[in-house]
Design a protein around this ligand. Structure first.
Ligand code: PAF
Length: 281
């Protein structure tokens, strides 16, 4: 595996790739776990060249968020990627990505998808994601890029961006990787202490309960959401939202919707957890 840290090195390595190769991109912020490795495995099985990126993107963190404490373990991560057969790893510095600073940087904004769910409590977050992902798409020029289902809102807006801005890139979603108690893997799980880690799977359990009740025909979604929020609050979480929505549009769902998903976000101590589940097959 080749490790490059500058855009010039990346372009050179990308230009050297055979033009008949299918190039797959797995963008990450590092702190890799089995969920990321599942993205890599999927890319490896479908592409002849796999390019991974590790960049903790300051543009997608709010002023009181965990940009400083986000796990940065490049040596460990690059070993894992090497073992998985990644061809090229791009791990730039903040200065390399935003040489003129972050404040005056051009931003990609997707208003219709960013002012709901996580967008409500994280203003600017998704614009930061869209901006860095579009930069990575321009730099890497992949044929396909892989994202995790856990970040469904993120992948929905990236799909919209790819469509709206005519990126010739396929977006593929890889199923959420869970531990044996159902907790969706996330780099942020490393912030949880032992007691919190034992409690954290209750977010998944709350979503499973909502999904099962919806499938059994319960159609008062507001009540289901309120009950789930209460059960999480009783267990010691600070719930942000539980919401039954249409998967494609992210609009509030009703019993006529055909692609319903249930979304949840809650804090456990300082750690913000998110998850979502498909309701309709
Ligand atoms: O999902 C993530 O890790 C990040 O949001 C991404 C897509 C790598 C952009 O920084």
């Amino acid at each position: 595996m080749e490790l490059v840290t500058t855009k010039a090195q990346l372009r050179k390595a990308r230009n050297a790739v055979d033009s008949t190769s299918k190039v797959g991109l797995v963008p990450t912020m590092g702190g890799l776990h089995d969920g990321h490795l599942a993205l890599i495995d999927t890319a490896r099985s479908r592409c002849s060249q796999v390019i991974a990126t590790i960049f903790v993107n300051p543009l997608q963190f709010g002023p009181n968020e965990d940009f400083e404490s986000y796990p940065r373990v490049l040596e460990r991560d690059s070993e894992l990627l090497k073992k998985k057969g990644v061809d090229l790893l791009f791990a730039p510095s903040v200065h390399e990505m935003y040489p003129n600073g972050r404040d005056d940087h051009t931003v990609i904004a997707l208003p219709h998808l960013t002012n709901v769910l996580c967008g409500t409590s994280r203003p600017g977050h998704f614009d930061g994601v869209a901006t860095v992902v579009s930069k990575l798409f321009h730099l890497v020029q992949p044929h396909v890029s892989y994202f995790g289902e856990k970040d469904w809102q993120q992948v929905t807006l990236i799909r919209a961006m790819v469509c709206d801005l005519d990126f010739p890139i396929d977006i593929e979603v890889v199923p959420t990787f869970r531990n044996n108690r159902g907790l969706a893997l996330s780099s942020r799980n490393s912030y949880l202490d032992q007691e919190q880690a034992a409690k954290a799977p209750l977010l998944y359990s709350a979503l499973v309960r909502v999904r099962d009740l919806v499938l059994r025909g319960e159609n008062n979604y507001s009540q289901l959401e309120a009950d789930a929020i209460q059960s999480l609050a009783d267990a010691g979480f600070t719930p942000e939202y539980i919401s039954v929505r249409e998967g494609r549009s992210l609009r509030v769902a009703n019993s006529q919707s055909s692609d319903r998903r249930v979304f949840g976000a809650a804090r456990l101590g300082e750690t913000r957890l998110i998850d979502n589940l498909a309701i309709d097959p």
